[in-house]
Structures are given as structure tokens and as C-alpha cells.
Write a protein that binds this ligand. Structure first.
Ligand code: NAD
Length: 490
């Protein structure tokens, strides 16, 4: 069940056909968990990206004019196809990503729930009708219209949920799509597109081009016939896209530096559980990972002691082993960034109180201990740049003003959290924290299918999830009718 057949060669998908791409070159996908090659995938080019855009533009009317009822049926059929092979897909996801199988199973199931949620939202996607104010006898109807062709560019850390939200949702909103998945996790993308193909999505409506971001992704971003971009990835890439995209409608879901503020009156045990969940789920490689922990000076020592005890129980191991809580880091660049941030904090006077090194004797050298770093100073890299790894950097604070100032300072604002027993303090923090989401007595690492998902400041532009994705991938059009002119001409 867990062994993959060797020599798998996947293709990309353009205009309803599986293809090797114009260059016929490919790249290998190597498991960060075992070091084994898992498959090859076409190395798409700028020409492949242009061909996919042409196919998508030609298919625009097919999907835009498809009745909502039929689009909903397509969405449901995609989920039925995913459901047939959840475990198989989850195993590939764990092998190419490194996350434990139980997380991959939850993610593939989440992709199904996401799409079904979006289908229900599409059925109920309403818009206002209003009587004229400056004009008499006039009625205004506001309608949703698809953008046209959307480029969906996704990262490696959630290879099922993010394409479900961006690719399928853009189609449900009536757009044709060119999907460019991350090169570290393209196998999950291929499986999703296999489901899309089997579900009977018409040719050209969804296309997938695998290959390098700076060629395939950049071509899509600059292409004059692409009308909208749904991008999830690093803030630096998002900024580059914003500069090159011109007037395309942008939805950018970018990095976070998620802080958890633990006030002096907070309960220690749930706070520590939420730190462990927020810092080490997905090996810390999540946009809403708990990147910084601010602990009130009155309870600092007790929180750190309890956290160190909790971290000792986290079992690092091969993702397909049942006992594994945390798998490897997905790639070498991320591992090196984690090591750099730990070394930088230590150089500035911080103490590593748990972990702080690679785990010896594993199948690859990408396994890293769950790590707690205490007494981190404010000028450390941990407090400036997303680490994206299994680290819990602890900072001390004296009062709420100081904690809020520290939380907001780096100008990232995706998800933030506070633990406190005082509702007034919680609500004051919720209002003053500059983030798309504030969690009270919950982990930073939290979301649901329907909350408007997105960040303030360096964490992005626009909102997705549920009906918010429909809004992201559409335009509003006003139709104005004079209802007082009677009889109507003709
Ligand atoms: P990344 O920016 O390196 O890559 C994301 C995608 O963009 C990939 O498909 C890549 O090939 C492509 N790309 C790279 N350069 C490009 C270019 N010049 N033009 C167009 N496309 C290009 O990000 P990553 O390392 O894959 O993902 C991790 C990042 O994603 C983290 O910063 C994380 O916080 C963020 N993220 C954010 C959210 C959110 O909801 N805000 C969710 C998940 C991940």
C-alpha cells in the first residue's frame, strides 16, 4: 500500500489532453522523507504556459455560459473522484511533502469539504438590487461576472487544499484556469487534475502547466490575456508578481509571522498545547504557523518549563509510520533558513532549551528536532522574517501595549492569537492587532472553510475561502433599468 511503483512519469494537462510539453524535458520529484525518486514531471516552458493560456481563453465562454447548476454538478463530481482514492493521494502527499500521513489524510478530506462548501456558496451567491437615489424610477441590479481567465499559482506546503480553493473555485465562479503548482509537490497537483479530467470538466477550462516559477509562473503573470491571478506563496514572490502583473485582479495569500500573546492570567496547559500545535504541525511549514510566542514575564518560567516537557513527547519520524507526529522539513533551503535563524538568535544571546539540531540516523538529513529557543531578543531574525520550520521562539513582555507593539511591528498580519482569562483584554487586543484573523484562546494555527481568509500588510491582498473566493475571482457589474418609462419602446 505504501510502496510507490518506480519510474512513474506524469504529464501536464492542456486543452483536455495530457502532454509532455514542447521541450519534452522533465524534472524528478524526490521524497524529502526517504530520499527516493518518486516520479518525473514535465518541465514546462514559457511556450507551454502561452499554449495553456490560449486554450483557457478559447474555453472562457464554455464555462462562463454554463448554468450555475451544471458548474455545481462539476464541483461535486470532482469531489467524488477525489473520494475514490483519498488514502492513495494522501500517501503521495506525505512522500512528496514530508507531513505525517494523518495530516495528509486530513488535507485531502479538507479539499473535498472545501469544494463542497464552495458549491453550496455558489448556489447562494447573491448580490444587491437597489432603487435609485439620485435618479427616480431607476432600479440597479448588481451582477457577478467571471474575470475571464485566471492563473492559479500555488505553493508546496498545502498541495491539496490550496489548489482546491484556488483552481476549482475560480472555475466555479465561471473562469477558465491555468494552474501552476509548486515544483516540490506536483504529484498531488497531477492527482487533483486527474480528478478534474475524470469529472468531465470541458477541455481548456482547467489547464495545468508544471515547471519553474520564474519561467512558467512569470509568463502567466505577465500574459496580456490573463485577467486575474490567484497566488499563494512567499511575500517576496508576491511583491514581484504585484510589480509585473499590471492591472490584472490580484489575490495574494502571502507569508505570516504569527504571534501568540500569553497574558499573565492565561491557563498554562491549553496555552502550551496551542504552542505545540501551532509550531510543530506540518513541521511548522504553514502560513499560520505560530512563528513567535510572547509570554508575560509573570508566567514566563512556568510556560517554558511546561513547553519543554511537551516537546519531548513529539515523535519525529517517517511520515507513513503511525507513531510519527512530525516529519522532515520539505526542502534544503527551508532547513538552512531554520538553522540560520536558530544560530542568529543564539549569537544575540538566546538559549536553545529543546532541540536545535538535525535528527541523526534518519533516511535523509532533512529531519530537524522540534526546537524551543528562549530569551529571544527583539532584533533576532525570528522576529523579522518568516522561519517556516519547527521552532518555538519565546519573547518576554511586561504589558499588553508592549505585546501588541511587538506583534504588529514586522508588518505581517495573517493570523494572530491571544490567551487570557479577561474578555476586555482579549477584545482590546483583537481590535488593535493588525491581522486578517485574531484567535482568542485558540492557536494561531486555525481556520475554517468560510472565514474570509487573507492578510493585512505584507501578508497579502484580498480574501479567499467559501464565498470570498467567488468574490475574488469575479467582477461586479451594475445594470441600471428605467422602470418608469412606459410603454417600453418596441
Ligand atoms: P514561493 O513564493 O517560493 O512559490 C509559490 C509558487 O510561486 C510556486 O508555484 C512557485 O513555482 C511560483 N513562483 C516562484 N517564482 C515565481 C515568479 N517569479 N512568478 C510567478 N510564480 C512564481 O512559495 P513557497 O515556498 O512554495 O511557499 C511557502 C510560502 O507560502 C510561505 O511564505 C507561506 O507563508 C506562504 N503561504 C501562504 C498562505 C496564505 O494563505 N497566506 C498559505 C500557504 C502558504
Amino acid at each position: 500500500m505504501t510502496k510507490r511503483e518506480s519510474g512513474r512519469k506524469f504529464k501536464m494537462y492542456v486543452n483536455g489532453a495530457w502532454t509532455t510539453g514542447e521541450s519534452e524535458e522533465s524534472f524528478e520529484v524526490v521524497s524529502p522523507a526517504s530520499g527516493e525518486p518518486l516520479a518525473t514531471v514535465p518541465k514546462g516552458t514559457a511556450e507551454d504556459a502561452k499554449a495553456a493560456v490560449e486554450a483557457a481563453v478559447a474555453a472562457q465562454d464554455t464555462i462562463a455560459q454554463m448554468p450555475i447548476r451544471e458548474r455545481c454538478k462539476l464541483g461535486v463530481r470532482i469531489t467524488e473522484e477525489i473520494r475514490r482514492s483519498v488514502k492513495e493521494y494522501a500517501i503521495d502527499c506525505s512522500l512528496e511533502h514530508g507531513k505525517p500521513l494523518r495530516e495528509s489524510l486530513a488535507e485531502v478530506e479538507d479539499a473535498i469539504t472545501n469544494i463542497l462548501w464552495q458549491v453550496e456558496d455558489l448556489k447562494r451567491w447573491d448580490s444587491p438590487v437597489q432603487e435609485g437615489y439620485s435618479k427616480d424610477n431607476v432600479l440597479y441590479m448588481v451582477l457577478h461576472e467571471p474575470l475571464g481567465t485566471v492563473a492559479s499559482i500555488t505553493p508546496w506546503n498545502f498541495p491539496w487544499v490550496l489548489p482546491a480553493e484556488f483552481v476549482v473555485q475560480a472555475m466555479l465562479a465561471g473562469n477558465s484556469v491555468v494552474f501552476k503548482p509548486a515544483s516540490n509537490t506536483p504529484i498531488s497537483a497531477v492527482h487533483l487534475v486527474e480528478c478534474i479530467d475524470r469529472a468531465g470538466v470541458p477541455p481548456g477550462v482547467i489547464n495545468m502547466v508544471t515547471g519553474p516559477g520564474d519561467e512558467v509562473g512569470a509568463t502567466l503573470v505577465e500574459h496580456p490575456l490573463v485577467d486575474g491571478i490567484g497566488f499563494t506563496g512567499e511575500t517576496t514572490t508576491g511583491l514581484d508578481i504585484a510589480k509585473r502583473a499590471g492591472l490584472k485582479k490580484l489575490t495574494l495569500e502571502l507569508g505570516g509571522l504569527g504571534p501568540l500573546i500569553i497574558m499573565g492570567d492565561a491557563k498554562i496547559e491549553p496555552a502550551v498545547e496551542d504552542i505545540a500545535f501551532g509550531c510543530f504541525t506540518t513541521t511548522g511549514q504553514c502560513c499560520v504557523a505560530n512563528e513567535r510566542i510572547f509570554v508575560h514575564e509573570d508566567i514566563h518560567d512556568r510556560v517554558v518549563r511546561a513547553l519543554v516537557d511537551r516537546v519531548k513527547k513529539i515523535k519525529v519520524g517517517f511520515p507513513l509510520d503511525d507513531a510519527t507526529d512530525m516529519g522532515p522539513i520539505n526542502n534544503r533551503a527551508t532547513l538552512q533558513k531554520v538553522e540560520k535563524h536558530v544560530a542568529d538568535a543564539v549569537k544575540r544571546g538566546a538559549d536553545v532549551v529543546a532541540g536545535g539540531k538535525r535528527v541523526p540516523g534518519m533516511m535523509t538529513d532533512l529531519y530537524y528536532d522540534p526546537t524551543v529557543v528562549d530569551h529571544v531578543p527583539r532584533d533576532a531574525l525570528f522576529n523579522k522574517v518568516e522561519t517556516f520550520g519547527p521552532t518555538a521562539p519565546i519573547f518576554e513582555f511586561a504589558d499588553l501595549d508592549e505585546a501588541i507593539e511587538m506583534a504588529n511591528a514586522p508588518r505581517y498580519g495573517l493570523s494572530m492569537a491571544i490567551h487570557t482569562a479577561n474578555l476586555r483584554v482579549a477584545m482590546e487586543a483583537a481590535k488593535r492587532l493588525k491581522a486578517g484573523q485574531v484567535c482568542i484562546n485558540e492557536p494561531v494555527y486555525s481556520w475554517d472553510y468560510f472565514n474570509p481568509w487573507g492578510g493585512f500588510r505584507n501578508s497579502g491582498l484580498g480574501r479567499i475561502a467559501g464565498r470570498w473566493s467567488l468574490d475574488a475571482f469575479s467582477e461586479l457589474k451594475t445594470i441600471m433599468i428605467n422602470v418608469g418609462r412606459s410603454p417600453w419602446p418596441g
